[in-house]
Design a protein around this ligand. Sequence first.
Ligand code: AMP
Ligand code: GLY
Length: 415
Amino acid sequence: MKVLLIGSGGREHALAAALNRDPKLEELHVAPGNPGIAEIALCHELDIKDNNAIVSLAQKLSVDLVVIGPEVPLVNGVADELAKAKIPCFGPSKAAAQLEGSKDFAKKVMSDAGVPTAKSFTCTNKVEIEKALDTFGAPYVVKHDGLAAGKGVVVTDDRDFAIEHALQSPQVVIEEYLDGPEVSLFGISDGHHVIAMQPAQDFKRVGDGDLGPNTGGMGAYSPLPWAPDEIVEETLTQVLNPTVKEMSARNTPFVGLLYAGLALTSRGTRVIEFNARFGDPETQVLLPRLRTPLAQLLLAAATGKLKDFGPLDWSDDAAVTVVLASDGYPAAPIVGEPITGIKPNDHSFVFHAGTSLRDGVLHSAGGRVLTVTGIGSDLTEARDSAYRTISQISLAGSHYRSDIALNASVAEKGN
Ligand code: AMP
Ligand code: GLY
């Protein structure tokens, strides 16, 4: 099988590594890729916003499957263009990608499908905004309606700041605050049938102890020893299946990765958000543990054949992923600094995100630079592996959280 993967982050490096392990994979192409991905796949230059360029490359390479990593090409409708060219694509159509592209759309689908989520109002002016904020009270949760690269959501006790953030977007969703731990749970969907992956937890704040601003994600771990056993089954029956059924009933079937961001509140599980693609860095923590051949799984989803696929096979290991970020990330990352000391071993992987090669020397080229995943028999061992590898890497001014999976590993030992 020949596969073309679109994207250039840590998520795509982990996807590429997992696709490569599939015995049926013959050729792996990635566009645009990054220096880490180039070590394990054939990389091609590409503007991921150019749908025609993606279709042309897939045709030129005669691939059997295109896998779309990031949300932007999906919201731009690349899956529709690939469908016209009769090329199987793992990733939803433009209409179905609105589950990520518009918070208001996602709320309407959840309401029609009976999926539990925070109560909300969609507002387009100051009067509506103030009324919605005062209905729910603090902490205020304000979300810009469209794609915002992680910058659209504000959770704050400051009413004036909430109003100011709301007024920056023509349409916002204001919703009730959900307490309780957050869990990311991914469903692989062929439009009708869904297979759930194992849950992971993502650390969104930049600093230890969940302090500082939100980021794209600073680390993750899986499995979650503290999570209720029934979380996967419950999310499948209450969230993933009804959403996929509703999208199919609307004649916009969702084919691809349905990412449910969940809050486990005292009143039950609630959906915080949907994404229409693999999460980053959850993918880097999940895929090293997946034994099921990934290329075959994603092709089955892209061609409507998941029903006969069977359950996923996971290793019993635990995994912890820690993100190495540039100086100044997330506000104003400083890039272009040399990176040395990358020494993965049998128990750790280093996935490249924002890196580039200059005269043969690896440099930082983005806010999130590398993601290091450690594997072990439990979270403590996995943490040790990840932190041993990340601590050997030198990048001026870089930072990473030191508490990824720390509480869970302490609790695990107590059991
Ligand atoms: P989102 O982009 O919708 O996932 O929001 C980003 C982050 O904001 C989430 O991961 C949560 O930490 C937080 N958040 C979003 N919605 C809520 C909510 N209703 N209650 C509490 N926190 C929220
Ligand atoms: N880990 C959060 C995201 O991928 O959106």
